[in-house]
Design a protein around this ligand. Structure first.
Ligand SMILES: [Zn+2]
Length: 340
């Protein structure tokens, strides 16, 4: 009995053990998850199609974005000229200023680069409120470009206007710090250097970038020492061919007539005007129309390389421009409302 019971118990234990082993080793134990996995995986072709479609869409949208980026370069696209009859710019020339070449036959006759009917527009003494923006608008209306010779002091007074000049694509050079005549015995070589360098540093400070190494002497008064210095700094010197004498004109009509009479005689040339002058701003729309009607073409002069200003002048100017702080007291301790 004990043996029979023992055998039975052993059989039951064995059966349970076999069942257990069968259960744990049976492929069915894994089959369920496999089936589920297979069922999930079954629509794979559809998923792949979806995935592929997504890929295509992603690629397509990426491509279109890249195309959009490629179509929109970092610099703003050149706006088409809205004026079909604009004076425009017929030619852009790049100047290698090495050695300080001189331009403008009134004083420098070596570099005869303009052909018949070609004209360069230049403006001195800005930037100045009202007049400089007016000149900029007229130039923009005619889709044409000029060279601006800024006075350093004026650049520090109205840097935002000078930035508008540069942003419009015009060439910006300098015209000394304080418009001092550098060709008098009262001016030392050091003072002349200071006027030149401080002028360029002031223009750079206003623009936030280096100006063109283009310089014009105040009153076109160039002396040999200053000329030699500019040559050593690889700064081009601009005189002119056509002096508008706009600063002493009684009205806009006189400026237009003076320029056109001289230009028709010379046939071409660098025109000297002043964006600082109200009458010049007033004369410019008519003058540009007359240039167009007369078959004149505008040449824009650019520099191959910007000027490397001297750090000592940049630094001195920054120190000078900073308003000294004379009180560090909090506003509440200085200004108190006593009645409302
Ligand atoms: Zn001037």
């Amino acid at each position: 009995m004990r043996n029979a019971f023992g055998l039975m118990l052993a059989s039951i234990v064995a059966a349970v053990a076999i069942a257990g082993v069968w259960y744990w080793t049976s492929p069915r134990a894994d089959a369920a998850p496999q089936t589920i996995a297979a069922k999930v995986a079954d629509p794979a072709p559809a998923s792949k199609k979806l995935a592929a479609k997504d890929d295509v869409e992603t690629t397509a949208s990426l491509s279109s974005r890249l195309a959009a980026v490629a179509a929109a370069p970092a610099a703003p696209p050149k706006p088409a000229c809205a004026n079909p009859d604009a004076l425009g710019v017929s030619r852009v020339v790049e100047i290698d200023t090495t050695g300080g070449p001189g331009f403008g036959f009134e004083h420098f006759k070596q570099l005869d680069f303009l052909t018949d009917k070609e004209v360069v527009l230049t403006f001195d003494d800005g930037p100045w409120p009202v007049n400089t923006p007016s000149v900029l608008k007229t130039l923009a209306d005619e889709c044409t470009k000029a060279v601006f010779f800024s006075i350093g002091k004026h650049a520090t007074y109205h840097p935002e206007i000078l930035r508008q000049v540069a942003a419009a694509g015009h060439t910006v050079g300098a015209h000394t710090w304080s418009h001092a005549n550098l060709n008098t015995k009262k001016i030392t070589d050091q003072q002349a250097k200071d006027e030149i360098e401080k002028g360029f540093s002031a223009v750079k400070l206003a623009l936030g970038s280096a100006p063109a190494p283009f310089f014009r002497f105040p009153e076109l008064q160039h002396g040999p020492a200053a000329m030699a210095y500019l040559g050593s700094r690889n700064i081009a010197v601009f005189s002119c061919d056509i002096d508008s004498f706009d600063f002493r004109a009684k009205d806009a009509t006189q400026i237009v007539n003076t320029v056109m009479t001289k230009l028709d005689k010379a046939g071409k040339g660098i025109i000297l005007m002043h964006d600082f002058q109200k009458r010049t701003a007033e004369a410019l729309p008519t003058l540009l129309r007359r240039l167009k009607a007369g078959g004149y073409k505008i040449v824009q002069m650019k520099a191959r390389m910007p000027l490397e200003t001297l750090a000592e002048y940049d630094d001195a100017l920054i120190r000078e421009q900073k308003v000294p702080v004379i009180s560090a007291r909090a506003v509440g301790s200085v200004v108190q409302t006593v009645s409302e």
